[in-house]
Design a protein around this ligand. Structure first.
Ligand code: GRF
Length: 187
């Protein structure tokens, strides 16, 4: 199966997925990176890995439908079967959701439905919870509202900082995302 990864930032999850393909843990092909941030580090990672990259600047388009139609064309051009959002900081609209229904997933750094949206790690710290975690879920039109596929919890300890919690969460993400993708694509 041919996966497109959508990312807006650092791309450590993108990298973990690419690495899992190399080790054989994930049987799939990472065929395309889509990014709404042409300057983001995920784009550099894709270049280094020789993975085709499609970047666009949303501000240059009239609306979401227009740029998503353009993304859809690219996905068709690359015969993409499945989409994995990995730090893609935009809501996906019907132009992409309809053709990819049930074939588009996201990873989020909390135990959804708790702490959806931006800075879920900061939200968890502010709420003072003793446990947060990671969720992989199907994507729908809402903000982190789609059906949950897998979750892992992470303890919040005394003296936890945003940095320390983020490190623990990302470590789990980098294992969980390739594992879940392999399950969805190969079973
Ligand atoms: C991850 O924590 C992911 O859960 C969230 O955005 C972050 C992306 O990190 N959706 P990276 O760009 O993969 O390093």
């Amino acid at each position: 199966k041919r996966i497109a990864i959508f990312a807006s930032g650092n791309g450590s999850n993108f990298q973990a997925i690419v690495d899992a393909v190399k080790t054989g843990e994930l049987k799939a092909e990472i065929s395309l990176l889509v990014s709404d941030k042409p300057e983001a580090y995920c784009v550099k990672r894709a270049e280094k890995e020789n993975i085709p990259c499609f970047t666009f600047d949303p501000k240059r388009f009239k609306n979401k439908e227009v740029y998503e139609k353009m993304i859809l064309k690219k996905l068709e051009e690359y015969n993409i079967d499945f989409i994995a959002l990995a730090g893609y900081m935009r809501l996906v609209g019907p132009t992409l959701l309809n053709p990819f229904e049930g074939r588009i997933v996201n990873i989020h750094p909390s135990l959804l439905p708790n702490f959806p949206g931006k800075d879920a790690i900061g939200q968890a710290l502010a709420a003072g919870v003793s446990k947060t975690g990671v969720t992989v879920h199907y994507v729908d039109e809402g903000m982190d509202t789609g059906q949950v596929i897998e979750q892992r919890s992470v303890e919040v300890v005394d003296g936890e900082t945003h940095d320390s919690l983020q490190q623990k969460i990302q470590k789990i993400e980098h294992q969980l995302y390739p594992f879940v993708l392999n399950k969805l694509l190969n079973t």
